[in-house]
Design a protein around this ligand. Structure first.
Ligand SMILES: [Zn+2]
Length: 236
């Protein structure tokens, strides 16, 4: 298995690791990693694995059971090699800001309309989230944006904790973002934003909401009769 260092420290950019498996000559499993694999709407980290003076660029990662597979640009790494893994921090930090903003916006949508989140996709230049609603219209967007930005400006602390699956499932409010529920795990990670939002979540987040900066909501589309899709981006 791969130890997922990003679960406890979202700001860790680099780690030493050993190659413990090769799915193919360009798909590398490490004993531990700082690379977040795609999941819960958050795209994979990219970066580089270095072995002495040689660099293997990582274009993306994915989960494979309890392992994280790093896709590199060329063959050459062997089982037992020691490497240093470094993520593209500018990209990751932007995705962390986006992920925290997604939780705050989901909280606003839920508290203003009762909507549940049915899907989300974060990206560097825009993010989108689907939520259950038959009647929310564009005239509400400025209000949602303002309420989300008000939460960001309160500079709430974001913290993580771990809870047994059997205890966590007794608290349905932890699973508003249904698609990000990690399955088949004995322990779930819980992400809390101040006293306003608590969610079971495997992604990476900023430590304080002011780091998000602010958001702009720029579109709303119908996604079938029962759902709406809201689009936003970071304001800087
Ligand atoms: Zn999340």
């Amino acid at each position: 298995m791969t130890v997922e260092l990003f679960l406890k420290d979202h700001y860790l950019r680099q780690c030493d690791a050993m190659v413990t498996g090769l799915i193919d000559e360009k798909s590398v499993v490490l004993d531990q990693t700082v690379f977040y694999p795609q999941g819960g709407g958050q795209p994979s980290d990219t970066g580089v694995l270095t072995r002495e003076n040689e660099s293997f660029f990582v274009s993306g990662c994915r989960r494979n059971g309890a392992e994280i597979v790093h896709v590199v640009d060329k063959p050459g790494l062997r089982i037992g090699d020691y490497v240093k893994g470094t993520i593209d921090w500018d990209r990751r930090h932007r995705l962390m800001r986006s992920h925290t903003s997604a939780h705050l916006l989901a909280h606003v949508l839920f508290s203003e309309t009762g909507a549940l989140i049915t899907g989300n996709q974060l990206d560097l230049d825009q993010c989108r989230m689907d939520f259950s609603s038959q009647d929310v219209g564009r005239e509400r967007l400025k209000d949602f944006e303002q309420k989300t930005n008000d939460l960001i400006a309160r500079n709430l602390a974001v913290s993580t904790s771990f809870e047994k699956f059997e205890d966590a499932v007794k608290r349905p409010e932890l699973f508003r973002l249904k698609d990000v529920l990690p399955k088949n795990l004995p322990v779930l990670r819980i992400v809390s934003i101040g006293d306003v939002d608590v969610q079971a979540d495997g992604g990476t987040h900023v430590a304080f909401t002011k780091e998000v900066g602010g958001i702009e909501i720029f579109d709303l589309k119908n996604k079938g009769a029962e759902n709406r899709r809201i689009y936003w981006r970071l304001s800087n």
